[in-house]
Write a protein that binds this ligand. Structure first.
Ligand SMILES: Nc1ncnc2c1ncn2[C@@H]1O[C@H](COP(=O)(O)OP(=O)(O)OP(=O)(O)O)[C@@H](O)[C@H]1O
Ligand SMILES: [Mg+2]
Length: 327
C-alpha cells in the first residue's frame, strides 16, 4: 500500500475567488421565519457599511486539493480560470499549499469565477456569484492521457457531461480510481449521471442530492440502494452526520462535535476530500469518516472554505458512530 507523497490525486472542478463581507448592521435577516425564508434587506440606493472583509479562494476542486496536500498527499488541480486578479489569487493559494497547478487552463472568454458572500451574524449567508470560467469547460483542456495518478476526485463540472465522460474513461484506462461529488447541474440529469456511475468507485453526496439518484427515505436506505451503482456510497446530512457503506459494513455516524457555525462554505468539500485523504491511504471506512467529519467540522468554524482544513498534525477525537454488516 502506497502512503503519503506517493499517492497522487487529480482534483477536477471549480476554482473561484470568494470575498466575504461581514459584521455589518445592515446584514440583519429580515423575518423571524425559518432560515430558508429569511433574506437580507439592502435598500436600493443605500450605502451599507461593512466592518470586515475576508479574501479567500474556493471552488470544490481547489478546496479538496488543499485537504490532500495538508495530509501530505500529492495533489494536482485541473480546472479553468481567467487571466485576471481572481485567477491569480487562486493560483497563489494553490502554490502556497503545494498543489500542483501544471494542469490549470485559461479561458479566453470568461473571467475566473467570483463570489461575494454576505455573512449575517447568525452564520447564514447570501451569495452573489459569477460562475464564469468555472462553468465553461472545454474537453481539450481536460486530458489524462499520460497522466499517472491513483485517484481522480471530481466535484461539480457544471453539467459538462462530455468532459466527465472523457475523464472517467481515461481514468479507468490509466488504472485510476474515481471519487465523485456531483453538483446541481449533474444532478439535474439523473439518467446521464447514472450512466457515469459505472466507472465511479466512491460516490459522496448529501441526503437531498442522493434522493435525486436513487429511491429511499432514510440515509441508510439511500446508501443501500446506491450500492447497486457504486462500490462505496456516502450520504451526508449536515449536522445530523453521515451514513456510508463499502458493501461490507454500513457506518452511521453522528455529529463530530457540536460547534458554533461561523460559515458553512466548503463543508461538503471538506467532508468528501477528508474522507478520500484517508481512504486512498488504505484507512478503514470508520477512520475515513471520522477524518472527513473532523475536517468539515473544523472548516465550518472559520470564514472561507480553506482556512479550517486540517493539517497533518491535527489530533482527532472519537465521535458517535456504529458499524454493522450489510445485510
Ligand atoms: N452545522 C454543522 N455543524 C457541524 N458539522 C457540520 C454542520 N454542517 C455540516 N457539517 C459537517 O459537514 C459535513 C457535510 O455537510 P453537508 O451534509 O451539509 O454537505 P453538503 O450539503 O454537501 O455541503 P455543501 O453545501 O458544502 O456542498 C457533515 O457531514 C458534517 O460533518
Ligand atoms: Mg455538497
Amino acid at each position: 500500500m502506497k502512503s503519503g507523497k506517493n499517492i497522487k490525486i487529480i482534483s477536477v472542478g471549480a476554482a473561484v475567488q470568494d470575498v466575504f463581507l461581514s459584521h455589518s448592521d445592515e446584514f440583519e435577516p429580515v423575518s423571524d421565519r425559518s432560515a430558508h425564508e429569511q433574506f437580507m434587506k439592502l435598500e436600493l440606493g443605500a450605502k451599507a457599511d461593512v466592518n470586515s472583509i475576508t479574501f479567500s479562494t474556493g471552488g470544490g476542486a481547489t478546496n479538496a486539493a488543499v485537504t490532500f496536500t495538508r495530509q501530505r498527499l500529492h495533489a494536482v488541480f485541473m480546472g479553468t480560470i481567467g487571466d485576471d486578479p481572481a485567477g491569480q489569487a487562486v493560483l497563489n493559494d494553490l502554490d502556497r499549499e503545494n498543489v500542483d497547478t501544471s494542469h490549470v487552463s485559461y479561458s479566453d472568454k470568461y473571467h475566473t469565477g467570483y463570489s461575494v458572500l454576505l455573512l449575517a451574524p447568525t452564520g447564514e449567508r447570501t451569495i452573489l456569484t459569477y460562475r464564469g470560467a468555472s462553468t465553461h469547460y472545454h474537453a481539450k483542456y481536460f486530458d489524462l492521457s499520460g497522466v499517472d495518478g491513483d485517484w481522480l476526485y471530481v466535484s461539480s463540472m457544471a453539467g459538462c457531461f462530455d468532459v466527465l465522460d472523457k475523464l472517467f474513461t481515461q481514468a479507468k484506462r490509466n488504472g485510476m480510481k474515481i471519487m465523485f461529488n456531483p453538483g446541481k447541474r449533474e444532478l439535474a440529469h439523473p439518467n446521464k449521471l447514472k450512466s457515469l456511475l459505472d466507472d465511479v468507485d466512491v460516490l459522496s453526496v448529501n441526503k437531498e442530492e442522493m434522493a435525486h439518484i436513487v429511491e429511499g427515505k432514510t440515509s441508510e436506505e439511500l446508501v443501500t440502494h446506491a450500492l447497486n451503482l457504486v462500490s462505496v456510497a456516502i450520504v451526508s446530512d449536515g449536522p445530523n452526520g453521515v451514513v456510508a457503506s463499502d458493501g461490507k459494513t454500513i457506518v452511521t455516524a453522528g455529529m463530530y462535535q457540536d460547534v458554533k457555525v461561523i460559515d458553512r462554505t466548503g463543508a461538503g468539500d471538506a467532508f468528501g476530500s477528508g474522507f478520500l485523504s484517508q481512504w486512498a491511504q488504505g484507512k478503514s471506512l470508520v477512520d475515513s469518516i471520522v477524518f472527513g467529519s473532523a475536517n468539515s467540522t473544523s472548516v465550518v468554524q472559520h470564514i472561507g472554505a480553506k482556512t479550517g482544513i486540517l493539517h497533518h498534525d491535527a489530533r482527532l477525537h472519537h465521535m458517535p458512530l456504529h458499524e454493522k454488516p450489510v445485510k
